[in-house]
Design a protein around this ligand. Structure first.
Ligand code: RTP
Ligand code: MG
Length: 142
């Protein structure tokens, strides 16, 4: 299995629910290392740019409004199979469909306010990591 990097975001509802530490605990328990992190308020323009792939979708406007409604915590995770491992920890987009014990099943409010984002492929992870971090910001370790 390859060591990969993926971009994770604790979304505004996750920060508001005070579960950053709980989400980090799950990453670390699964063997994922946090190699960079920053908290910020996304502007509408930043949220639009980040979710540009969804710009034709009916939920895009709401998604941008929600993602820029409060602080987010953004991190780079590194580990074996990190992209899929993070998606498994997150659970399905709709918390009603998410497996028991996943982050979204445990903490999400709705299909929109679903606590976390995770890159869906290694290629998208590279693009998303570069959206928030310079190479010099990453702190990989053995
Ligand atoms: P994410 O990109 O945030 O990790 O989530 P995902 O891959 O599981 O889901 P995706 O299809 O990429 O959708 C991105 C985010 O848009 C919001 N959404 N709202 N109202 C709706 O029907 C709807 N569908 C999606 C969610 O916040 C979703 O995570
Ligand atoms: Mg997605």
């Amino acid at each position: 299995m390859a060591v990969e990097r993926t971009l994770s975001i604790v979304k505004p509802d996750g920060v508001q629910k005070n579960v950053i530490g709980e989400v980090y605990r799950r990453f670390e328990q699964a063997g994922l290392k946090i190699i960079a992190a920053r908290m910020l308020n996304l502007s509408q323009a930043q949220a639009e740019g980040f979710y540009a792939v969804h710009k034709e979708r009916p939920f895009f406007k709401d998604l941008v409004k929600y993602m820029s409604s409060g602080p987010v915590m953004v991190q780079v995770l590194e580990g074996e199979n990190a992209v899929l491992k993070n998606r498994e920890l997150m659970g399905a987009t709709d918390p009603k469909k998410a497996d028991k014990g996943t982050i979204r099943a445990d903490f999400a409010t709705s299909i929109e306010e679903n606590v976390v984002h995770g890159s869906d492929s290694v290629d998208n992870a590279k693009i998303e990591i570069a959206y928030f971090f310079a190479t010099a910001d990453l702190c990989p370790r053995a």
